[in-house]
Ligand binder design. Structure first.
Ligand code: 13P
Length: 244
């Protein structure tokens, strides 16, 4: 399966930035050994989808509501994101789990809504630095997988150790290998053969300088990239680090 390099723009970008952040990905994406995805803020999905129409770069969102429509002021449903041009959606990012107290159950409901609409969910899991120091990383991630993935899951898992996000710190190669092997084993235990088919992304301070080392480890099916996705040349350098 081809690796996926996904960019999470977080709360960055105005309409005027689409030409510099998204459009430069069109041409280079033609010759990459991996799939490319950008997840701009909801306000830019339609514009980014238009800028990338007919290219190999996919477009996703950063969150969705669990309901399709209804009295939920300020919310955006999976159906609306799809209508705007998204095919993917990041769910349960640690920033949302922390900022909005998103529980595993909420993330699971959102994943169900996304799948029902035909969006591919990227469900994020990951431990805090304190949990890691206490030797609880697998217990925490195992619990998040169990609670956040619906029984009909069809999508991607992104392992993002919270202490590695935006800090420049990354886990050791041995830690990445061990956690990705653990996640794979949990997926196979729960979903059987299908569990072998879900890509597992690594996220947290992925940059051009560390991408080759991280991306070519066993069971690392790509990366979820924050800061470096806001510089197309860096984002593409990460993508080019995927062995063909
Ligand atoms: P950084 O790549 O900026 O550490 O962000 C990672 C992340 O949170 C992607 O979802």
């Amino acid at each position: 399966m081809r690796a996926l390099i996904a960019g999470n723009w977080k709360m960055h970008g105005l309409l005027a930035d689409v030409a510099t952040l998204a459009a430069p990905l069109r041409e280079p994406a033609e010759s990459l050994a991996c799939d490319l995805l950008v997840c701009p803020p909801a306000t830019l999905i339609a514009a980014v989808a238009a800028a990338l129409a007919g290219s190999k770069v996919a477009v996703g969102a950063q969150d969705c509501h669990a309901k399709h429509t209804g009295p939920h002021t300020g919310e955006v449903s999976a159906a609306m994101l799809k209508d705007a041009g998204a095919a993917w959606v990041i769910l349960g990012h640690s920033e949302r789990r922390a900022d909005y107290a998103e529980s595993d159950a909420i993330v699971r409901d959102k994943a169900e809504a996304a799948i029902a609409c035909g969006l591919t969910p990227i469900v994020c899991v990951g431990e805090t630095g304190t949990q890691k120091a206490a030797g609880r990383a697998e217990e925490v991630v195992g619990g998040q997988l169990l609670g956040s993935l619906p029984d009909d899951f069809a999508g991607i898992v992104a392992y993002e150790p919270i202490w590695a996000i935006g800090t420049g710190h990354i886990p050791t190669e041995a830690d990445v290998i061990a956690m990705h092997a653990f996640i794979r084993a949990e997926l196979v235990r729960r979903f059987g053969l299908a569990g072998h088919g879900f890509r597992i992304l690594y996220g947290g301070s992925v940059k051009p300088a560390n991408a080759a080392a991280l991306l070519n480890l066993p069971e690392v099916g790509g990366a979820l990239v924050g800061g470096a996705s806001l510089k197309p040349e860096d984002f593409l350098a990460v993508a080019r680090a995927v062995a063909g």
